[in-house]
Design a protein around this ligand. Structure first.
Ligand SMILES: [Fe+2]
Length: 379
């Protein structure tokens, strides 16, 4: 079905302009097609659909209570509905592949990939897999290399949380906490961590193999939690050109100086600071040191963060919205979306600026989600 979205303020590269947006054959058209269905967007903003480069909020549907699993296909259907209602049209689900059993272990990895693949065609939102490979998970290396080669992974991040875990579990209280998360007795968890850690010398070669597989598959790579510009440089040498959650301004500056995208969390902007006690993302984005906001763990944070950035008075709406659309699309190598221009994917979100709330979401030219307000606007 073709669409004419009329009467709204449409976000183009130059800014907001009143006009009609046409969607035809899944793409943004130059003019409405004959017989196109009309949606009256008077008073609404017509924006490119949100591209989320990393979010793990699907985990809450997979495991609604700690240690309580829910059928992955149900969890994924619910996640897709939540994404569309948050204005997200491309979602890279951050799936951690760790040596820790449970939600971030190999079984959950397999179940998540299978669930996404089973519903991808019907999801509306373009669901993609962002593998967050935990450095010391060498037991899973061959499997993830095969998954990358088979085209089952669309982004690859280098996570490295084991050194901190090994340090913390020397304290029995901390060991008990980690063990509970993994559903293991504390002594068993400690033994597992130590076994993973004992293979640390093999990590550099594993990283080189992962990078080689990602390059062959043509998927972008991210480094995670870079503590120093030297770490950023080492990951750059591997081909990881996206810097995610830099741990200091110096790291972000080094990445930007090299023309790389820098990712921080949209919840950080919404909440006015990091839940991990790190830098506030908003002022860094205003200085151009952060170029992408990711949902991290809350999908609706993306839209809210973009409007909060605009509300702070430094970035205008086109620049604030680029943090959640054009920039993540570019970072992820998706040239066909993130902006409004003829020929690009028909990924559009209509937003009521007064309520900062989505009203309708179009994905690949199809009406994929509609609020009650939006339903009253159909003609
Ligand atoms: Fe981290």
């Amino acid at each position: 079905m073709d669409w004419a979205i009329t009467g709204g303020q449409v976000l183009h590269a130059e800014g907001l302009k009143p006009g009609t947006l046409a969607l035809s054959d899944g793409r943004i058209g130059a003019a409405p097609a004959q017989g196109a269905r009309r949606l009256d967007a008077t008073g609404l903003l017509v924006l490119p659909g949100i591209v989320d480069i990393h979010g793990d909020a699907h985990e809450r549907q997979m495991q609604p209570r700690p240690g309580v699993d829910f059928p992955p296909e149900v969890a994924m259907r619910d996640s897709a509905a939540q994404l569309l209602a948050a204005g997200v049209t491309t979602a890279f689900l951050g799936v951690t592949l760790s040596w820790e059993p449970g939600l971030r272990g190999i079984e959950a990895w397999r179940a998540t990939l299978a669930a996404v693949e089973a519903m991808r065609a019907a999801a509306g939102v373009d669901l993609r897999i962002h593998c967050r490979f935990e450095a010391d998970n060498l037991d899973a290396l061959e499997e993830v290399l095969a998954d990358i080669a088979a085209g089952r992974v669309q982004l690859l991040a280098y996570n490295d949380h084991t050194p901190a875990i090994v340090k913390r579990i020397a304290d029995p209280a901390q060991a008990a906490k980690y063990a509970a998360r993994a559903g293991l007795p504390p002594a068993e968890f400690v033994a597992l961590a130590q076994r993973a850690w004992s293979r640390r010398p093999e990590v550099p070669e594993a990283r080189a193999r992962l990078a080689d597989a990602a390059r062959r598959a043509g998927i972008p790579m991210l480094s995670h939690d870079d503590a120093t510009p030297e770490m950023r440089r080492d990951f750059r040498a591997l081909g990881a050109a996206i810097c995610e959650f830099p741990m200091s301004e110096a790291v972000a500056e080094a990445a930007r100086a090299a023309g790389e995208h820098v990712v921080m969390g949209a919840p950080n902007v919404v909440r006015g600071g990091s839940h991990m006690g790190w830098s506030a993302a908003a002022p860094l984005a205003e200085r151009g040191l952060v170029t992408v906001l990711a949902s991290d763990y809350v999908w609706p944070a993306l839209l809210q963060a973009a409007f909060m950035m605009e509300g702070r008075g430094v970035l205008d709406l086109p620049r604030a919205w680029a943090l959640v659309s054009a920039n993540p699309a570019e970072a992820a190598g998706l040239a066909d979306r993130g902006r409004i221009a003829p020929g690009l994917r028909g990924d559009i979100v209509l937003v009521d600026p007064a309520r900062r709330a989505p009203v309708a979401t179009f994905a690949a030219g199809r009406l994929a989600w509609l609020s009650p307000d939006g339903a009253a606007r159909l003609h």
